[in-house]
Design a protein around this ligand. Structure first.
Ligand code: NZQ
Ligand code: ZN
Length: 389
């Protein structure tokens, strides 16, 4: 196991009606609040009204930033930072999914940054300080509610880049599983695929001795695999939504990735698809991941794939390791199909015209050809994407 620092300062308020404890937590962070949210789902399901009345009852001054896009744009980060300066905002409250939370975190950092926020999206070391961020999570997926990351899109340059700093970790996050009852089927499946991907990205690492992290990851993967179909079948299944929600946070708060070397593979590829075609992150990952697995399966990696097949999917072991490994990859593919995920690029509106460019950009924007589990060059990325047709 490699050396690491683990710092998870986010206070989690988990469970039904935990929102009631929010005003007290918020008041320790500030009284002037930027209430940030997305395209209106929180107005339809009533969460907006609940949060707004609580804030009013407790005499917070509230400034609103509405309309944060899925795959949040740098323009919205600029707009939010401007609002914070104009109204001397003291704390940002993000109510939504990963996009809203990521945008709020970037605004928090932009507030103290003298240049344009796009600069620190390209170079995270520029982030020195951030306004405090609190979140009310409405969708289980990214883990943004408990981590330092923010992924911001610049459609003008076709770039979607991850940034982050410890000061951007939310101070408090409300995780009420009932808030995810209204998440549509497609987004429930996409969010679950995203969680599996976070675990898989950390699991397939050059470090083979982080056994605890791997077993934790296997447990969370099995939880997602068990409960996503239940949430799809009965959207108001509390047990299913609760297990998915806590899986979201634990899959990407450092628990399964600390102490492991290497960098991620499928995320940098997916971010190019989103940057060029604005697709749903988790769907792109579901399409890419089994194809990436098939591509990197070789004599060096087969043992890890056997572990994945047997421990996560319960595939019986036999001496033909490649057969076992391939059954594990097929099980993952079949699982995504059973969740109703479209499993080819044309089904999400992507043709072959930009494949070469996106593959080159994936190399430019990441560590794929330096520290990935199996190093990939642009031609490899292109071959993986070609297998998604
Ligand atoms: O915008 P609204 O109207 O709120 O609707 C959203 C949006 O259309 C809807 N939704 C969310 N909660 C809902 C709901 N609809 C009904 N009921 C609810 N309770 O779902 C749609 C998707 O929301 P979004 O926030 O975009 O989804 P997600 O949580 O998957 O976030 C995706 C973004 O996070 C980034 C992705 O790249 C993408 O930009 N990521 C962030 C990470 C991080 N910070 O650590 C890591 C991830 O790997 C990922 O890259
Ligand atoms: Zn992700």
């Amino acid at each position: 196991m490699d050396n690491f620092q683990f710092f998870a300062p986010t206070k989690i308020l988990f469970g039904e009606n935990q929102i009631e404890a929010l005003p007290q937590e918020l008041s320790q962070l500030g009284k002037t609040v930027l209430l940030a949210y997305g395209g209106g789902s929180i107005k339809k399901n009533g969460i907006y009204q609940t949060v707004k009345s609580l804030l009013e009852e407790h005499s917070f001054q509230v400034i609103e930033l509405a309309g944060i896009e899925p795959n949040p744009r740098v323009e919205t980060v600029r707009k939010g930072a401007k609002l914070c300066h104009e109204h001397q905002v003291e704390v940002i409250l993000a109510v939504g999914g990963g996009s809203t939370i990521d945008c709020a975190k970037a605004i928090a950092a932009a507030y103290y940054y003298d240049g344009d926020p796009w600069e620190f999206t390209k170079d995270r070391s520029l982030i020195k300080k951030a306004l405090p961020v609190a979140t009310v999570l409405t969708m289980a997926a990214t883990g943004s509610e408990m981590n330092a990351g923010a992924v911001i899109t610049n459609l003008a340059t076709n770039e979607k880049l991850g940034t982050g700093a410890a000061c951007m970790k939310p101070k408090v996050s409300v995780l009420d599983p009932t808030y995810t009852y209204s998440v549509p089927r497609y987004q429930t499946a996409a969010g679950s695929a995203d969680m599996l991907s976070h675990l898989i990205e950390n699991y397939f690492s050059p470090t083979t001795s982080a056994t605890l992290q791997d077993h934790l990851a296997e447990g969370i993967m099995k939880t997602v695999i068990e409960y996503c179909p239940k949430a799809l079948k009965v959207p108001e299944d509390y047990e299913a939504r609760a297990n998915l929600m806590w899986s979201s946070s634990l899959a990407l708060n450092g628990l399964t990735g600390s102490g492991k070397a290497g960098s991620w593979s499928c995320h940098p590829i997916e971010h190019e698809l989103s940057a060029y075609y604005d697709i749903t992150h988790g769907i792109g990952l579901a399409i890419i991941t089994p194809r990436w697995m098939e591509y990197v399966l070789n004599d060096q990696t087969v043992d890890k794939f056997v572990q994945f097949a047997t421990n996560v999917w319960g595939i019986p072991y036999n001496k033909n390791k490649f057969e076992v490994a391939k059954k594990g990859i097929q099980a993952l593919y079949d699982c995504f199909v059973s969740w109703g995920i479209p499993m080819t690029l044309p089904e999400v509106g992507i043709d072959q015209s930009q494949l070469k460019l996106m593959s080159e950009q994936a190399i430019q924007h990441s560590q794929l050809n330096r520290t990935a589990y199996v190093r990939l060059e642009a031609k490899d990325v292109e071959a993986i994407l070609m297998n998604c047709f």
